[in-house]
Design a binder for this molecule. Structure first.
Ligand SMILES: NC(=O)c1ccc[n+]([C@@H]2O[C@H](COP(=O)([O-])OP(=O)(O)OC[C@H]3O[C@@H](n4cnc5c(N)ncnc54)[C@H](O)[C@@H]3O)[C@@H](O)[C@H]2O)c1
Length: 365
């Protein structure tokens, strides 16, 4: 494709205008139209970009023959229907996280995109950020040794969502980073939480993902915290990383710290843990807006007909984990196993607790 890629964006609430700014800034893209049911939001975007057409009817945007690709930045409950309509209309689709409300919906979107030869990409923004790319590089080079666990905290006051709980809203960022770093799908998910403000919508959750070789990751998500916190600790057998995304500089610090047991001792008096406190250092990070890189990657994948780093499969994996977390929440944090998807196996299976067999069987049925 020699001409610029033409793009339409649906949803101009909080996140949509950031996508508008970024697609506007790409030299090989032309933002043709924005769409929102809310006229005030459209006015806001059009005041900033008067050359972009504004629409309140999604069908008008989807039917536009001069649009190659559609970006969906609406609440999650609309992702599936809008993405499906866009793909069926022959448009490439860029969907905000999480991909859809269920794994069945994700599978259908993947199938349509494959059948029609269209690019389907998820905005798992953090995978396009320098700190996460640097962490993945360090882990892949083996500098941390074997990863023991990852601990994530993503906390703040608000913004309360109505259609999804805090795990579906905030944890996708952590899940995408964890899966990228470990390059593995978890075996089980546990999630506990409470709905304090909106009945039925958990505003605080603690999720934990278990991986092979006894590794695990914990993810704390909250809309009820007085301070904004975006922290991740990755503990390896040789070194550890603390990633604080709120720092403007020095987001990553690598600690040359570890604890070891002596390999052999004869008496208790000889036994001593060996604590290693080495240097800590801060790697250089190239500063670039991750969302801009994600938008550029989408355009590049369309141009070269290549698979995005965050393709439909990655979106499906994320939704499977979120579904398992919701199933676990309903069971007060009981573990839920995740089988590797083969397209036919049940995606979420609760682990049987001996004392609750009948409940589990009812759930599985
Ligand atoms: N990648 C990230 O870091 C990131 C950050 C924030 C939000 N998000 C995602 O972006 C999406 C939007 O979140 P938000 O915070 O901007 O929500 P929002 O509620 O602020 O905005 C959504 C907008 O979509 C419009 N809308 C709803 N249904 C529509 C429809 N059928 N057609 C056209 N417009 C419609 C609403 O009027 C509203 O203006 C969500 O999926 C969210 O998870 C991603």
């Amino acid at each position: 494709m020699k001409r610029p890629l033409t793009v339409g964006i649906i949803g101009c609430g909080y996140w949509g205008p950031l996508l508008v700014r970024n697609f506007k800034s790409l030299p090989d893209c032309q933002l043709k139209a924005v769409c929102d049911l809310n006229v005030e939001r459209l006015k806001h975007v059009r005041a900033l970009y008067p050359d972009v057409e504004g629409m309140t009817q999604t069908q008008q945007l989807l039917n536009a023959t001069n649009i190659d690709a559609v970006v969906i930045a609406t609440p999650v409950k609309h992702h599936y229907s809008l993405a499906k309509a866009a793909l069926l209309a022959g448009k490439h689709a860029f969907i905000e996280k999480p991909m859809a409300s269920s794994s069945a919906e994700c599978e259908e979107l993947i199938e349509i995109a494959n059948r029609k030869g269209l690019i389907l990409m998820l905005d798992h923004t953090f995978l396009y950020s320098s700190p996460v790319q640097k962490i993945a590089q360090i882990v892949q080079a083996g500098d941390l040794g074997e990863i023991r666990y990852i601990n994530c905290r993503r906390l703040n006051l608000g913004l309360f969502q109505k259609d999804i709980n805090v795990a579906w809203d905030l944890a996708p960022h952590d899940i995408s980073i964890i899966l990228h770093i470990l390059d593995e799908f978890p075996t089980t998910v546990n999630c506990q939480g409470n709905a304090h403000i909106t009945p039925g919508v958990e505003d605080v959750t603690n999720m934990s993902l278990s991986f092979s070789r006894k590794r695990f990751a914990t993810i704390q998500s909250s809309w009820l915290e007085p301070r904004k916190i975006r922290e991740m600790t990755i503990v390896g057998t040789r070194r550890m990383i603390v990633y604080d995304d709120l720092r403007t500089r020095e987001k990553i610090r690598i600690y040359d710290a570890r604890v070891e047991r002596p390999p052999h001792y004869d008496t208790f008096a000889e036994f001593q843990y060996s604590y290693h406190y080495g240097d800590s250092y801060i790697p250089y990070l190239h500063q670039e807006e991750p969302l801009k890189l994600a938008c550029q990657h989408f355009a590049d994948c369309i141009r070269t007909n290549s698979q995005p780093l965050t393709d439909g499969r990655k979106g499906l994996e994320m939704v499977r984990i979120l579904e398992a977390a919701s199933a676990s929440l309903k069971k007060n944090g009981a573990p839920v196993t995740l089988s590797e998807s083969n397209g036919t196996a049940p995606l979420v299976t609760p682990v049987k607790q001996p004392e609750e067999l009948s409940q589990v069987e009812a759930f599985a049925g």
